[in-house]
Design a protein around this ligand. Structure first.
Ligand SMILES: [Zn+2]
Length: 86
């Protein structure tokens, strides 16, 4: 179900970090916010490393209050490169 170009850890623990994933544009037109993934403390660096290996930039952000996700869940933005907008 995931359109991500890499595999995420899926341990199903409550996520503590949201990782924003940006694909880079070689033409320099700016990076595209393509997806976010949710990870627990144990797996956030795994998710970032996996993103780097797929030539994406990854930035950790805190979870919004009241948002509950499991480690390994992801969301692909329809407006980003992975969502097929371009
Ligand atoms: Zn985890």
């Amino acid at each position: 179900m995931s359109n991500l170009p890499f595999t995420l850890p899926t341990c199903e623990q409550p996520a503590t970090t949201r990782v924003e994933l940006f694909s880079t544009d070689p033409a320099g037109a700016g990076d595209s916010l393509d997806a976010c993934v949710y990870t627990c403390e144990q797996h956030d660096s795994d998710a970032v490393t996996a993103a780097w290996s797929a030539d994406m930039n990854a930035y950790r952000v805190v979870m919004a209050p009241g948002v509950e996700r499991a480690c390994g869940e992801s969301y692909v933005f329809p407006t980003g490169n992975l969502g097929g907008a371009k």
